[in-house]
Write a protein that binds this ligand. Structure first.
Ligand code: FES
Ligand code: FES
Length: 161
């Protein structure tokens, strides 16, 4: 049985009829068509499916879509600003933080959460925040450098404003 799910997704109000057992990741990918959010372990272990729910990182593979009623969701598709990569996305590009790229959307969303609450993290804080995101390709060094690049760029922008 389906019921109406009303929420804000990437700044836009949506209303969709969804089954009560529909996972958020399947809602995003199959109902809405936003495939930037990836599915890896499907069990809360890899972080590939990370999205922001009311500004906090959440595993969409462990979240029922229906529990997001009235909430504000952000996915990787929302981060580009006016068609331009945001600072974290640029960091991954500039520092070669992605190899196959499969983990990258989840990594970027985790970093986005971190930098919103802690705009000037040290390396240990970045490693701690990103610890729930797994990458099969890289040694994580480039990923850490990507987040540091973004933090430095955002700091420079704040100081220039
Ligand atoms: S797919 Fe959700 S944590 Fe791995
Ligand atoms: S870049 Fe391939 S899994 Fe992380």
């Amino acid at each position: 049985m389906k019921s109406l799910l009303s929420l804000t997704l990437n700044g836009r109000q949506r209303d969709d009829a969804v089954a009560g057992n529909l996972l958020l990741v399947d809602y995003l990918r199959e109902v809405v068509g936003l495939t930037g959010t990836k599915i890896g372990c499907d069990g809360g272990e890899c972080g590939l499916c990370t999205v922001l729910v009311d500004g906090k990182a959440q595993h969409s593979c462990l979240t029922l879509a229906a529990t997001c009623a009235g909430k504000s969701l952000e996915t990787i598709e929302a981060l580009a600003e006016g068609g331009r990569l945001n600072a974290i996305q640029r960091g991954f590009h500039e520092k070669l933080g992605a190899q196959c790229g499969f983990c990258t959307p989840g990594m970027v969303m985790a970093a986005e959460t971190l930098l919103r609450v802690n705009p000037d993290p040290d390396e240990a804080e970045i490693r701690n925040e990103m610890a729930s995101n797994i990458c099969r390709c890289t040694g994580y060094v480039k990923i850490i450098e990507a987040v540091q690049f973004a933090a430095a760029e955002l700091k420079s922008n704040r100081e220039a404003a």
